[in-house]
Design a binder for this molecule. Structure first.
Ligand SMILES: [Zn+2]
Length: 95
């Protein structure tokens, strides 16, 4: 997600940038950080309260869901390989 300009000023006196954390433990938590990419000051602060327990579990759920989809696709691929193999065997069977 693109950072947004924050109302807060960092130690350089510039407007700090607002970011969203994607680190597992703090998923979705916002923080502000110095907007200076080259020589940032040490300004850094959480702006949300600790995440509600719903956010990480919702993300977890998404991960599980996509793992299930990948597993399902793997099964479909394996099944179609078997079908193709059987089909070829039937076609190539000597008469
Ligand atoms: Zn700064």
């Amino acid at each position: 997600m693109a950072p947004q300009m924050s109302e807060m000023k960092c130690r350089c006196g510039r407007n700090a940038m607002e970011w969203v954390s994607f680190i597992q433990k703090n998923s979705g938590r916002r923080f502000v950080r110095c907007a200076n990419r080259v020589t940032p000051c040490r300004f850094w602060k959480w702006i949300d309260d600790p995440v509600s327990p719903l956010v990480p579990s919702a993300m977890d759920l998404n991960v599980k869901k996509s793992q299930r989809i990948v597993k399902f696709l793997g099964l479909v691929m394996a099944a179609s390989l078997v079908v193709i193999f059987v089909f070829l065997r039937m076609c190539l069977r000597p008469l």
